[in-house]
Design a protein around this ligand. Structure first.
Ligand SMILES: NC(=O)c1ccc[n+]([C@@H]2O[C@H](COP(=O)([O-])OP(=O)(O)OC[C@H]3O[C@@H](n4cnc5c(N)ncnc54)[C@H](OP(=O)(O)O)[C@@H]3O)[C@@H](O)[C@H]2O)c1
Length: 193
């Protein structure tokens, strides 16, 4: 099948560019117009050949043969964008499929500024002796099965973000946060940047 062959060749090109023999995790960014079945077959072949260890796509993947081998689903998730909590997150937790939250610090722009300058978040962070960034990251990873991948370009930010792993938010703090940034009450389209 042409899609299957294309996916295999794309993986081969990535291996060459990365100068490696195999990939620990091969993420499918978007499924595009290739039938998912073909992509899954290509991923499986690559896995059998030892070229990749894990692969990924979305909910429909679970119904495909080999779909259960999916290792994670990378989606946009931060305090200002909680849509996945309505359906995708619980479904993933039920299947023990980790969610990898991209843009956990809301990346850039107005939404990020509004989070970082929100007086309630700033006060809460101050009371806990942490930064707003750490509060946002601790909030993203507060639940089982959620990984956050903040991007940071300074050692100070990397260290600060790593320390957020130790931050525990109390039920009371989570309630306060929910009042300002409520959980979704209905299905929402997947948010993207
Ligand atoms: N799958 C997808 O479609 C998709 C889309 C977008 C992004 N991603 C991935 O998601 C990851 C993160 O995304 P992102 O960079 O867009 O958003 P992000 O991690 O939410 O935000 C990054 C921004 O936060 C700043 N930052 C990091 N640590 C900080 C701290 N402790 N205090 C204050 N600011 C801090 C960074 O500044 P400095 O650089 O100055 O540290 C940078 O400006 C990346 O690996 C990216 O490849 C995936």
């Amino acid at each position: 099948m042409p899609g299957e062959q294309d996916a295999i060749e794309a993986c081969e090109r990535s291996l060459r560019r990365l100068r490696t023999d195999y990939l620990d995790l091969y993420l499918l960014h978007w499924r595009g117009n290739i039938p998912l079945e073909e992509t899954v077959r290509a991923m499986e072949r690559r896995q059998q050949q030892g070229k990749i260890r894990y692969s990924d796509d979305m909910v429909e993947l679970w119904d495909e043969a080999g779909g259960a081998q999916c290792a994670t689903n990378q989606v946009l998730y931060h305090l200002g964008s909680r849509g996945i909590e309505y359906d995708l997150l619980p479904a993933s937790q039920q299947r023990n499929l980790p969610i990898m939250a991209y843009c956990p610090l809301a990346q850039a722009g107005r939404l990020r500024e509004s989070l970082f300058s929100n007086p309630q978040l700033t006060q809460l962070a101050q009371q806990k002796g942490i930064s707003v960034a750490q509060l946002l990251l601790a909030w993203v990873i507060r639940q089982p099965g959620v990984i956050a991948i903040p991007k940071a370009s300074s050692v100070a930010h990397v260290q600060e973000n790593a320390a957020a792993l130790e931050v525990v938010l109390t039920e009371h703090e989570l309630t306060l946060i929910n009042q300002r940034y409520p959980a979704p009450q209905h299905k929402l389209p997947l948010d993207v940047v």
